[in-house]
Ligand binder design. Sequence first.
Ligand code: SF4
Length: 401
Amino acid sequence: MKFAIATLGCKVNQYQSQLVREALVQGGAVEQDFSLPGADLYLVNTCTVTHRSDAEARKLIRRGAAFGSRLVVTGCMAGAYPREVRALSGSLEVVPFGNLPEALGVPLPGHITRFRGHSRAFVNVQHGCSNRCTFCIVPEARGGPRSRAMGEILREIECLHEAGFREIILTGINIGLYEGGAASLLQQIIEGSAMPRIRISSIEPWTVTTELVDLIAREGRICRHLHLPLQSGSDAVLSRMNRPYRAGYFRDLVLRLREEAPGMAIGSDVMVGFPGEGEGDFSETESLVEGLDLAYLHVFPYSKRPGTPAAGFEGVVGAGVARERARRMRELSKAKRSAFISSRIGREEEAVVTSAYGGGFTGLTSNYIKVEVAGEAPVHALVRIVLTQACEGHAKGRALE
Ligand code: SF4
């Protein structure tokens, strides 16, 4: 049996696709590229975070349907808008992720053992969210929070370590909701595994506790990198988004992290053009971000998701205005990125090798700087380097003996 998988969206989706891949391969199936005809099964793992993700999913679903083989659609778009997905092709099957074992006739393994196409492995620790931010369809698509059993997490990390991985990235829909909190999650992983580097991908600001800040500050195996979604620097907008913190809390948190863990990369998400976001609200976001030592931003214009409370809000921001605000924030992000990288030039860092080519390699530092280095080192290796030159969005470095 031949199969092909197309995956859209977040790290949780990438992880879940890997789980299905391993299940099918263990059952004797062979994977092929999604763009080629001839597979017996095409699986599309969808995302629905913006209308653009929906459009990409529709494109892949139509491509899969054109091959005339079995087509299974899973993931967030299939979960939130099953009727719309079904309408794309008469023969496709919409299957919630949890029902895939039954639909595919193979049990999902308890953990993954490798990560196709990645030099650093995602480890999913948590599913679902109960916060109900008014713009977000995820709780609809993925349900409430559930924590993965620690035994499974540790077994998975051990397998990935044995397979050669030296960095894992903890993923989840809202990992701060892990039972007992993120600090306890990390402490158990540190004590129960030998993985040299553990990265937290993204964590909601209101779930970052003092214990977590202290742990990051003192534990060298935790990467000096946090992605803290801000979304808006206007308290009025944050309140309409149902985000349970205010701009002042975010500012204090970033300042505390900077003080406790110097050199840490702090990235953020900013959403522009949320309904009711006036020029004054946007300026508040801009000046908050300008004044903080952030390493980069991911900027998203608001995308209306049918079925969310915000879809019915008044004060729709015109597409042109939202585009202009996004452009301004992206410029700011570029400046922040350059300033952060420049501030690290001359410093020693440890990089995990992400790709190697004749005479050189690319690595990623604990504080999320992509670095090009001359010399030989195998993928996955951890190499001590010194950063020598800032370039556009990355750095050059020299390996230390
Ligand atoms: S915290 Fe908010 S944005 Fe994140 S998954 Fe939950 S509802 Fe969505």
